[in-house]
Ligand binder design. Structure first.
Ligand code: HEM
Length: 465
């Protein structure tokens, strides 16, 4: 698709000292605002010095595609992935080259459409149990509730009945600590090696050792029993490569830990943002509730319901456009590439940002407005393919994208069929972006009102008006 290009009034190079100290400080303090500012001033290709590094930020969909798809073989993971590798090991998110290719091939067997459909009953059942725990009317942090729910869903889908309530607590605690370490700690910002015995590193190491014990115990039990189940672990355990080899216990540990980390936080953010937007747009909320009532009629959602929950799906997509859980994707250039009309040298950190491209008025008229109908098939077809890429793209596209979409649709439909999620007065989304678009100060507060009592409240308000 031919698409117009934009060069900014100030050329592509960001201002400030050659060392880019100003960029570094701004990216630490207010990254979203800084990116927006430099994008408006410098156009589709932004050349940004960052101390010893050179960042190249690409916002045009054609360049996003060129980076993620066309030039995939000339790029490696960015330097944050190198830091992450010390924590997660060599799972899909952090591995490279032949190891990554083999692991991706083997892991793909756990994410076929048939397998994903098979995870739906566990997703619905766990959400149902989690919703039953919610104390109606009590103010809670929306993101905390969603993170706990998606954590339990991933744990159940990965390990099935092999995981106990105490294990889920162990893993939850570890994920909270890891998220904090990777997201908000000075260790991660300064890329301090994880062997340095700082309090954050020590706490994360203890928590990880506990998770390792859980994972290894479950793997051992599964290997001993020889049992095959419908869960993700069984799919990974039984995956056989062309040469007849399987994943070692260490690889299984690295992959399951990666799936925990990559799989629960992103989906919980998508749901948090969708519910926030619905709280702000009662008209759309009413339509989404009507869809859930119509399709589910009060029962638990199944995989077969997903195609009929079309508006619910569009709401999730629009929430991920406005507030993309993964807001930036980076690569390091390993062999020079031609992109955005220039030759990019080895060592450059090339970045594409969902936050920027998803808000570009060339592809998204009135970009700040919440309008799920942008994702009606006919409207979506009129945009360049990479104007929207919440799950990345190319060979390293999110392996869990279909899993996540089904999970988010099932969960959102079940939530709105049971509750009206009411935002407390004056609550607005504010972010403290790290690898994901984390909420600032714990995020917005809401009350979960059972549907019947929400109706009674509205009727009382109408009769007193
Ligand atoms: C709304 C939810 C999700 C979002 C927005 C999301 C986003 C992404 C993005 C943007 C990437 C590409 C990163 C890059 O190119 O550097 C990615 C990779 C990945 N995601 Fe997701 N993800 C989500 C859910 C999940 C789930 C549910 C799982 C697993 C159950 C998962 C597992 C992974 C893994 C393993 C990778 C690395 C793939 C590879 O490099 O081969 N994600 N995700």
């Amino acid at each position: 698709m031919a698409t117009e290009r934009r060069s900014g009034p100030l050329g592509s190079r960001t201002p400030g000292s050659a060392l880019g100290v100003r960029n570094v400080l701004a990216m630490l303090r207010t990254p979203l605002e800084h990116l927006q500012r430099v994008s408006e001033a410098h156009g589709d290709v932004i050349d940004m010095p960052m101390l010893s590094q050179r960042w190249l930020i690409l916002t045009h969909p054609d360049d996003v595609e060129a980076l993620l798809v066309t030039h995939h073989a000339s790029l490696v993971r960015d330097e944050f992935a190198v830091y992450l590798r010390q924590v997660l090991g060599e799972g899909l998110l952090t591995s490279e080259g032949e190891l990554w290719k083999r692991q991706r091939r083997l892991s793909a067997t756990a994410f076929t459409p048939k397998r994903i459909k098979g995870y739906a009953p566990a997703m619905s059942a766990v959400t149902d149990r989690g919703l039953a725990r919610i104390e109606a009317g009590r103010p809670v942090r929306l993101h905390e509730v969603m993170a706990r729910l998606t954590m339990e869903v991933v744990a159940e889908v990965l390990f099935g009945a092999g995981i106990t309530e105490a294990d889920v607590q162990t893993v939850s605690r570890a994920m909270t600590l890891l998220n904090h370490l990777l997201a908000n700690s000075p260790e991660a910002a300064l890329r301090i090696p994880t062997w340095a015995p700082t309090p954050n590193h020590r706490a994360a190491a203890r928590a990880l050792a506990n998770v390792d014990a859980v994972i290894h115990r479950i793997i051992d039990a599964r290997r001993r029993s020889g049992e095959t189940r419908d869960d993700l672990l069984s799919a990974l355990l039984s995956a056989v490569d062309d040469d007849g080899s399987r994943m070692s216990d260490q690889q299984l540990r690295d992959e399951t830990l990666t799936l925990f980390l990559a799989g629960h936080e992103t989906t919980s953010l998508a749901l948090t943002h969708a519910l926030y937007l619905l709280g702000r747009h009662p008209d759309v909320l009413g339509r989404v509730m009507a869809e859930a009532d119509d399709v589910l009629g009060g029962r638990l959602p199944t995989a077969d319901d997903v195609p009929r929950l079309a508006l619910t799906e569009r709401v999730i997509k629009e929430a991920m456009r406005l507030y993309p859980p993964a807001w930036v994707v980076g690569r390091e250039v390993a062999t020079p590439i031609e992109i955005g009309g220039r030759t990019v040298p080895v060592g450059t950190q090339a970045l594409v940002s969902q936050w920027l491209t998803h808000r570009d008025p060339r592809w998204w008229p009135r970009p700040e407005a919440f309008d799920p109908d942008r994702f009606l098939p006919d409207v979506a077809r009129s945009r360049p393919r990479f104007a929207y890429f919440p799950f990345g793209g190319g060979p390293r596209v999110c392996i869990g994208s279909h899993f996540a979409m089904m999970e988010a649709v099932l969960m959102l439909s079940l939530i709105v069929s049971r509750f009206e999620v009411e935002l407390l007065p004056h609550e607005t989304l504010r972010f403290q972006p790290s690898i994901t678009l984390q909420p600032k100060d714990g995020g917005v507060r809401v009350r979960f009102l059972p549907r019947a009592s929400a109706r009674a409240r509205d009727e009382a308000a109408a009769s007193s008006a």
